[in-house]
Write a protein that binds this ligand. Structure first.
Ligand SMILES: Cc1cc2nc3c(=O)[nH]c(=O)nc-3n(C[C@H](O)[C@H](O)[C@H](O)COP(=O)(O)OP(=O)(O)OC[C@H]3O[C@@H](n4cnc5c(N)ncnc54)[C@H](O)[C@@H]3O)c2cc1C
Length: 419
């Protein structure tokens, strides 16, 4: 159930390997694949040239690695080429369809699903799945309760996504079903979400629309938990762009764990306070008559230079020769460690992914079959795995779908789903 990226992949790969197997794909939405359509700015960042377990958080890295290996990137590219969606590479190794149209990705998946004989039923919401006792003559292990009546099936795949973008049809109902079937749900939070900053932050409103390369340091209980680099986009509400969105899940996880968390920006990625300070001293020797503001605008975008100097109450017209040691040190520190007063994130309506979900230790990574409920398979975003921005979440959907398709193909002969 769930005809998003992971459900479609599972159904296609299962039918491709065992055409005799009857596959019924149910989706609560009238038009499935809404997230594929909106993804990557409607261009769909299908995957990335280099994907490894290090691109994911949550879960357990050895399990993530095994699942990714089921369908590596090269084979994913081949698969999309085969179904008429050649991909090309862009900055950061991101792979997009040559047509730059997410609609083409979804259409090709739906076309391939139909071609291999998947029966897709839309507008059919699953409200529960109940295990049946083994006495049945039809060999169906599950009763599937849907908005359009009950079904029976030998095996069931849960591919209902997480909680992000609930209007797409992914609202966490599948997680509740997994929990009722005995699974542990690692508490969920939005992931890949923009950061809301407190009104006291002097930068974001002044800089709304400005983008720059930065490094974010996420500190938990005083120690640096992770450093992330990339583009930060200042907005009227706070900070967005890939680096802020990647940071969001770390901030939110610490919050739900009630741990002290803070995020600081370095406008000079990879540099230390002493190095930046020494740079100012050197520049003062080389260009004593140059204004502080002019010099700062060679390090950060000009609008950021103005906003930083305003926030620090430093006169940017002063020449480097007259730049006081105290102001120089304050500016150097601000450049490497500018605290972001994070007030929260924008929430599931805006988040591109969900952190948390079904505990992956309860899944066999070779087949995606539940270790607790034989015949139940779980794939995609509903698992406790979330990737960073760059095509990784879709790769997780394709790879876990492939592994499940392969696993289901190995199942002993099933009963036939019946209405
Ligand atoms: C705005 C946005 C942009 C994104 N861009 C990218 C990108 O460019 N690259 C990338 O890698 N990732 C991107 N992502 C993340 C990516 O879209 C998801 O990780 C991926 O779609 C998850 O696939 P899934 O099949 O597991 O879940 P989903 O895509 O959420 O699909 C779940 C399906 O299950 C159905 N469903 C849910 N509950 C039920 C039920 N009870 N009964 C029946 N059906 C049900 C839903 O209707 C839905 O069709 C983006 C996400 C968003 C929100």
């Amino acid at each position: 159930m769930g005809a998003g990226a992971a459900g479609l992949a599972t159904a296609i790969f299962l039918r491709r390997s065992t055409p005799a197997r009857s596959v019924l794909l149910l989706d609560g939405a009238r038009s499935p694949g809404a997230k594929i359509l909106v993804s990557g700015g409607s261009r769909c960042n299908v995957t990335n040239v280099a994907v490894s377990e290090r691109d994911f958080w949550g879960g357990r890295s050895t399990i993530v690695r095994r699942v990714l290996r089921a369908l590596p990137v090269a084979e994913t590219i081949d698969f999309f080429r085969e179904i008429g969606v050649p991909l090309h590479e862009e900055a950061g190794g991101k792979l997009f369809p040559d047509s730059n149209r997410a609609r083409d990705v979804l259409s090709a998946l739906l076309r391939e699903a139909a071609a291999v004989g998947v029966t897709l039923v839309t507008g059919c919401r699953v409200t529960d799945i109940v295990r049946r006792t083994a006495d049945t003559t039809d060999n169906a292990r599950f009763r599937i309760i849907t908005s359009r009546g009950d079904l029976r099936a030998h095996a069931v795949v849960l591919a209902t996504g997480g909680l992000s973008l609930p209007k797409s049809g992914s609202d966490g109902a599948g997680l509740a079903i997994a929990a009722r079937l005995g699974h542990t749900i690692v508490p969920t939070t939005p992931a890949l979400d923009a950061l809301r900053l407190a009104p006291s932050d002097p930068l974001h409103r002044a800089l709304s629309g400005v983008s720059q390369e930065v490094e974010l340091a996420v500190r938990i209980e005083g120690a640096i938990a992770i450093r992330l680099t990339g583009a930060l986009l200042w907005t009227h509400f706070g900070a967005s762009g890939p680096v802020a969105m990647n940071a969001s899940r770390h901030w939110l996880r610490a919050q739900i764990e009630k741990r002290d968390v803070s995020i600081a920006v370095s406008f000079c990625p990879g540099e230390q306070l002493n190095g930046v300070d020494a740079r100012w001293t050197r520049l003062a020797g080389e260009h004593p008559k140059q204004a502080v503001q002019t010099t700062l605008a060679t390090i950060v975008p000009s609008a950021v230079a103005t906003a930083l100097l305003d926030a620090l109450a430093i006169d940017g017209r002063a020449t480097l020769a007259h730049f006081s040691r105290d102001d120089r040190r304050r500016l150097s520190r601000a450049l490497v460690e500018w605290p972001l007063p994070v007030a929260g994130t924008r929430g599931y309506q805006y988040a591109e992914a969900t952190a948390g979900g079904v505990a992956v230790t309860e899944i066999d990574p070779a087949t995606m079959e539940s270790r607790l409920c034989p015949g139940l398979y779980l794939v995609g975003e509903m698992l406790d795995v979330d990737g960073r921005i760059g095509g990784f979440n879709f790769q997780w959907a394709w790879s876990s779908g492939f592994a499940a398709g392969r696993g289901l193909a190995l199942q002993p002969p099933p009963g036939i789903p019946s209405a």
